[in-house]
Design a protein around this ligand. Structure first.
Ligand code: ASP
Length: 416
């Protein structure tokens, strides 16, 4: 069985949905399971609904209407018949989450979030499934919440692999064209859970693992995995082949092509992952597989902007030892600061941090009680995998380097 994942950008409008059909016709759709995200930016719009529900109920009808309107526009373009069955199905889904919001008594944001936001995926798969039927691609719509069982950590649900394996094996008919939602699961009590933003890649990997699939293909609006983010670098190269290890390293350092959790289940069963363009489906794209050397051999650039460089030294010239370190790391964890790079000497210790949740302001006075603290905000962290002097030169051009760390394959530079 093959797993195809289509993200939000691939089904952002009626033409996108039509293009999914083109892709399926071009590359074949035998024994395939489609995993589909919410259309375009619907997940953001669903988040707005949840926010309004908690903070500004007056806006609620308006933000719900926005979601209804975008989907209605797409349906009207896809289906000619005004009385097509799809209208009832979509209306029923909208009434379902409106009903939930009306009767819900839970004050828990994360719980409510998961019960509501997942309707983005339920709407998109219902529409795409009906359209596939319409053009003669008969398919089987599956509710992924019956397949992927999780704990109840809403918004960051952890998969119960044993139960998921059981449900997938007993439910999915491998000889059909199946279609299901990314991002969602359900807990013990059958409440909807979500796997974290951008989690649909991970859904594809979970299902591939349980089905012992032949391959997973992520269809994107880029030709595959590039050696640098085109938003930050002028010249980019397509990587034809990389290993799981390489892909994990790239994701770890901040490359945003593949959701980091996706690779682990695939590696476990050595299932190849293809990243291809939904605009040119016949092109080769990138294949992530076992032990494959990176090809072409080229430096890969990853940049994280807006980081913080923090330097701690002892107040009395004493050594910074394990005990201090463990205390410092506990504080980073408590204040939700993610450590990107570490460098230490006898009496000082520097870290590059991601201040995503704004914990920096609060941690500084705590650290200042014990250490001499200096910090630079708005620094950039460049990571180059498979670097050579040329590639380093490229980055250094015009910047001053605050920290440099070289390994055999990877160099990291904190620059301002
Ligand atoms: N729709 C979800 C999101 O936008 C999941 C996904 O598309 O991967 O985060």
């Amino acid at each position: 069985m093959k797993i195809f994942k289509f993200g939000g950008a691939s089904v952002k409008d009626a033409n996108g949905v039509k293009n999914v059909v083109n892709v399926l016709k071009e590359v074949g759709h035998q024994d395939t399971l489609l995993v589909i995200s919410a259309m375009g930016k619907t997940t953001n719009a669903m988040e707005k609904i949840v926010d309004s529900y908690f903070t500004d109920k007056n806006q609620l009808d308006l933000v719900i209407q926005e979601v209804v309107d975008t989907h209605k526009t797409i349906i009207n373009e896809l289906f000619e018949a005004k009385n097509h069955e799809i209208h009832n199905r979509v209306n029923a889904l909208i009434e379902e989450f409106k009903g939930f919001l009306m009767w819900n008594k839970s004050p828990k944001y994360a719980f409510v979030y998961d019960q509501v936001v997942g309707y983005g995926e339920l709407l998109s798969t219902t529409i795409v499934s009906a359209y596939l039927d319409e053009v003669g691609l008969n398919n089987h719509w599956l509710d992924v919440r019956d397949l992927i069982k999780t704990d109840n950590s809403y918004r960051d649900a952890q998969v119960n692999w044993e139960r998921t394996q059981k449900e997938v094996t007993s439910t999915v008919n491998k000889n059909k064209l199946n279609i299901t939602q990314g991002f969602l699961g359900s807990d013990e009590n059958n409440f909807t859970t979500t796997l974290g933003r951008e989690g649909s890649d991970y859904t594809a990997a979970i299902l591939a693992y349980c089905l012992k699939a032949e391959s997973v293909t992520i269809w994107k609006d880029v030709p595959g995995v590039l050696n640098a983010d085109p938003r930050h670098f002028n010249e980019t190269k397509l990587l034809h082949k990389i290993s799981y290890r390489e892909a994990i390293e790239l994701a770890f350092y901040g490359a945003s092509v593949i959701h980091p959790k996706t690779l682990q289940p695939l590696q476990g069963r050595e299932i190849p992952l293809h990243v291809k363009s939904f605009l040119n489906p016949k092109e080769q794209g990138t294949t992530v597989g076992k032990g494959t050397k990176i090809s072409p051999e080229t430096p890969c650039f990853i940049v994280k902007k807006n980081q913080v460089l923090l330097k701690l030294s002892s107040l009395d010239f004493s050594f910074i030892v394990e005990e201090n370190m463990s205390e410092i790391f506990k504080l980073f964890h408590d204040y939700k600061l993610k450590v990107d790079l570490i460098q230490n000497s006898a009496i000082s210790f520097s870290v590059c941090l991601d201040n995503k949740f704004g914990g920096l302001k609060e941690i500084l006075p705590v650290l200042e009680q014990k250490f001499k603290v200096t910090h630079h905000e708005a620094v950039s962290l460049y990571t180059i995998r498979h670097f050579d002097e040329n590639s380093v030169e490229k980055i250094l051009n015009g910047y001053s380097v605050l920290v440099e760390q070289r390994g055999k394959e990877t160099i990291q530079l904190v620059v301002k």
